[in-house]
Design a binder for this molecule. Structure first.
Ligand code: AMP
Length: 294
């Protein structure tokens, strides 16, 4: 299976940026393979060095048979097409891809500090300074994506990696979509889905503002706001915007104000991302450098 650009005009990315990725045809011989970095649903990720440039990368190896079995080739094509065109310090670079008979290889930027999800598990919850710095970085990255008509639709801790300086990197564009229209597909993990997504009604870029609100809550409290034992209860809590702030940990009222302004049922009433960046909690707490150093 070749990972080629989708032939759908409405989803085609136009970019003036010449992509070095497409000009180069790599093979496995162009890389020294190092230690395994992790395992995903469809394959493994290895540390690797591109021999010509000496550049350290992460090489994601996906098995075609597994992708075909799960019928996700289309999704992967879209992910590659979208991610390879994005250039932002808080978005993981996808330098390119190549394939052989059995496997597809994605050449990715290496994020030395690993998964944000694990950091959150380790700390239980983040300080307001750390959370605000991450939320500001994500707001900037999403403003950039939306400016290119890309909606991420699946912002959650598992899809975020940490770069060498401690900067956040959006790493997974598996559910993202390039669109000029409103969409109706149900996708993503229930906890982070907006009311219009769980109902599978039309949605637009403001679904990412909702997910950012969910993420902000989870960074500060250690659990997503609408968590419940049963899917049906999470569904109901999302639809009712059943938002409760527990007494512990103690969180500032400005943080709660920002979360409440992002988790608004009516999508047009959610705080726009540029206003998120101007919100007092972000202004007072986020690192001006955009990088959280522990
Ligand atoms: P994935 O298949 O994308 O879920 O990746 C599996 C695991 O490999 C992740 O959970 C990370 O621990 C690790 N990993 C994936 N991509 C990278 C990367 N670019 N840099 C560092 N580690 C990565």
């Amino acid at each position: 299976m070749a990972v080629a650009a989708e032939n759908q005009p409405q989803e085609k990315i136009t970019t003036t940026e010449a992509s070095a990725v497409e000009k180069r045809r790599w093979t496995l011989n162009d890389f020294d393979i190092g230690k395994p970095l992790g395992r995903g649903k469809f394959g493994h990720v290895y540390l690797a060095r591109e021999k010509r440039s000496n550049q350290i990368v992460a090489l994601k190896v996906l098995f075609k048979s597994q992708l075909q079995q799960s019928q996700v080739e289309h999704q992967l094509r879209r992910e590659v097409e979208i991610q390879s065109h994005l250039r932002h310090s808080n978005i993981l670079r996808l330098y390119g891809y190549f394939y052989d008979q059995k496997r597809i290889y994605l050449v990715l930027e290496y994020a030395p500090k690993g998964e944000l999800y694990k950091e959150l598990q380790k700390c239980k919850y983040f300080s307001e300074r750390r959370a605000a710095t991450y939320i500001a970085s994500l707001a900037r990255a999403l403003i950039y994506c939306h400016g290119k008509h890309v909606i991420h639709r699946d912002i959650k801790p598992e899809n975020l990696l940490i770069g060498a300086q401690g900067e956040l990197k959006i790493a997974d564009f598996g559910w993202s979509v390039h669109t000029f229209n409103r969409r109706r597909t149900m996708c993503g993990t229930l906890d982070y889905l907006s009311p219009e997504m769980v109902e599978s009604v039309e949605h637009d870029a403001s679904v990412d503002i909702w997910s950012l609100g969910v993420l902000c809550y989870e960074f500060l409290y250690g659990v997503p706001p609408f968590e419940a034992k049963e899917h049906s209860d999470t569904y109901r809590r999302i639809m009712q915007v059943d938002l409760k702030f527990p007494p512990r940990p103690i969180i500032s009222s400005t943080a709660k104000d920002l979360i409440s302004q992002m988790l608004v049922k009516e999508c047009s009433q959610r705080l726009p991302l540029h206003k998120v960046l101007e919100h007092p909690w972000i202004v007072q707490n986020s690192e001006p450098s955009g990088v959280y150093k522990s």
